[in-house]
Every structure is written in structure tokens, then in C-alpha cells.
Design a protein around this ligand. Sequence first.
Ligand SMILES: Cc1ncc(COP(=O)(O)O)c(C=O)c1O
Length: 439
Amino acid sequence: MRFESIIETVGDTPLVRIAPHVHGLQNIDLYAKLEFCNPFGSLKDRAAWNMVRPGLSAAVERGSQIVELSSGNTAKALAAIAGMHGIGFKSVTNRMKIPEMREMLLLLGAEIEELPGQSECLDPTNPEDPLTLFHRSLDEPGNTYLHTDQYYNARNAEAHETGTGPEIVADLDGRAPDWFISGVGTAGSSTGVARALRDRNPKVGVVGLVADKSDFVPGIRNIDEVQEVGIFDPLTYDTIEKVTSAEAIDGLLTLVRRCGILAGPTGGAAYFGAVRYLRDIGPQLTEPATAVFIVCDRVESYLSYIRKRRPELLGLRPRNDSAASVTPEELSGTAAVGVAEAREWMAKERPLVVDMRSPYAYAALHIEGSINIVDELFADLVRGGLPFSKARPVLLACPVGEQSLRYAALLTRMGHPNVRSLDGGIIAWRDAGAPLVRE
Ligand SMILES: Cc1ncc(COP(=O)(O)O)c(C=O)c1O
């Protein structure tokens, strides 16, 4: 196999059968589409190349920089492509949550600009969101960037409609699978593949997977975010199901340990989601059926993600002082206060208000008088013991009120007598029209 350029190796990824004794499904052949075999490491290589191609020679001539709102795989592919063509790449994001990915981008020569933002991805419904403002500024006259615009660019889904989808059909001897299961980030891959498969067989069942609310599976959206933006169209999916980070890691473990497929968390989530969805369908089938899920990228970039959630998998002692160790009983015994109640309590007892969002989100808008301790730092702080005086009540606030409830339960376990969590988080506070201030 000989190529003139690494770009020529994008696509034509393997479709690998998962051994039936591993997945345990009846009457269903399950296949993994190994998108991590793309040269820059993920399914995003296809979209990145397809989106950047039309404007590339003009950008090279002008010496323009490529820019994309991405903290992950799209940025990685674009950074590599920019470098090959002697131009720069800038990744604009509000929070780089995966340290390995950040280092990888820097190694590739990317510039990283972190903007304040309230959710992890673009929220065009919120005119205050700095990421949204930046996104809008890229469409204004005078902008010299080559903006690939993955959330809105039809060429994102097109890359999968003309590449990934037809490859699956070809590898199944010209037949579309009966089900297709995939994580939803920008929705480009699921939309494009679904179109190609339904062209062949309109009855293909499409299962979209998103993260559980306030949980984090890097690369896919959570159930609230998914409705908000982009090329996402609910009609693409027969069903949208939630996966937790714990389930994504369980799926990843099966692929890594039993199939030799070194999948990252979204590949794990897709495997887990596929087996969960198909388990009850299999026994009812009268004829053998086929399902395909996508393995988006490889596991190596996510070792710190795994270490944080399942340290025992990496030979480390599990921690009983982490938010993950909180039991359902502890959670239900912890006070979550609504916005009105919280405001009353704040006026009366002056609790210390701790905002656990990113410094950028905090800088954009926060509750007056609150202090900012981002969740990762909070986790480190509690390892050293109770970080606040027991004499002062504490109100914890995070984006949607789930993380803060876990930490409130943990602080209670550690002996703090009066910790509460802001129910619905800063989003509920904002939606209730309660005052927020800017740094
Ligand atoms: C690891 C990973 N999995 C899944 C996805 C979802 O793909 P899409 O944006 O096509 O919905 C992405 C997108 O960035 C990703 O990086």
C-alpha cells in the first residue's frame, strides 16, 4: 500500500465482527466500525478533511489560520491538516477537559484559545454565551479565518454519507445493517451514516447515544445539550438513549480486554448502548439480523479520564473520598434547595456560596459574592480533609445541580453540618431570572 499523502489514508476503515460469545445477543451479528484506524485517530478525520478542503488553497494563499470550536478530535485532525499545508490552526473552546488531548494539540502546533462559556458546547440560544458570540463573529465580513464550522457545516454529515455509510454497506455485501448505533456529538456521523444506510433500506433502526445529564463522556453531548444546536435533527433517530460514564467505561473494558479493540469511551458507550438496546430484541427475531456501532477513537488519550473514575483498573487504590463514592442513600439524604429557597437562605444565614463551574463560565456570570472552585480542584481539596469551617453553612452550585449534590453529600459525610446544593444549578438560577454578575 503506497500513498502520496497521509490524507489519502482517511476512510476505508475495517468493519470487525464482535464474537457472539462476548456480546451474548441472540440472532444478531454485531459489528464494530473501527474509525480509530483513520490517520489522525478518529472518525473526525473524514469530516475535518471534507469541511476544510474547499477553502484550503485560498487559505494557504492568504496565510489564513483554520479555526474550529473543538476541544477534541476535530481539532486534532484540523491541526494536522493545517500543519501539512503550512498554515496555523486555532482551537476555540471553553474548557479542555481531557489533558492528553490538550497536550496532543499543542504538540501538533495548535493554538488554543479558551473562552468563557456556560455549557461545554456552543449554545446559540443563549446570546450571552461567549463561545456563541465568537462563533457569530466568524461569519462577519473582514474575518480572515478559514472556519470549518462543524456544528453547522453540511459537509460534516456529508463526509459520512459518502464515506462511512457506503463502506458499511459494501462490507456487508451490499446490505444495510438492521440497526446502527452511534454517539451524538455534532451529530455529523450519525446523520450522514443514517442517510446512507436508509438509502439502501429505509427500515434501518438508528439509535443515538448521549451522555447522562451532567455526566461527561468526552466527544458526545448530554441530553440537554443535544437539542440545542447544529445539524442535529431528532428525526434521524428512532430513539435517543442515555449512557453514563460508568457504562462507557464498562463497554470500553469489554472491547479492550475481550475483543482486542482499543476503543475510547465513546466506542465503549456505543458497544454498551448497542448490547443494552438489542438484548431484548434478539430473542423475538425470526431471521438473523445485523447491527453496526461506531468506535470513534482509541483509549490511550483517556487514561486520566479512566484513572479519575475507576482508579482500580490502573492498579491504584479506589478512593472513598471521591464524589463517585457517594451512595444513592447519601444522595437522597442531602439537601437540594430550589432557587427561591436558596435566595431566602442566603439572605438569612449568609452561607459560603461555592460555584464549581469552570473559571471561564464563572467569569462570564456568577452569583454575587460566590467563590469559584472548579470541580477538579474541589475533588483535590476534599482529599486533604474538610475544606471549609463547620461554623459557616455552604451552598454548592454547578451547571445543573448534579455534581454539586454529590459534593454536598460528600461534605456531609465528612462531618459538615450544613451543606446544601443549588437544585438545577446556575442554569436554573439564570432561568429563574435571579441576579448574576460578570467578573
Ligand atoms: C470521541 C468522539 N466520539 C464521538 C463523537 C461524535 O461524533 P459526531 O460529532 O459526528 O456526532 C465525537 C465527536 O467529536 C468524538 O470526538
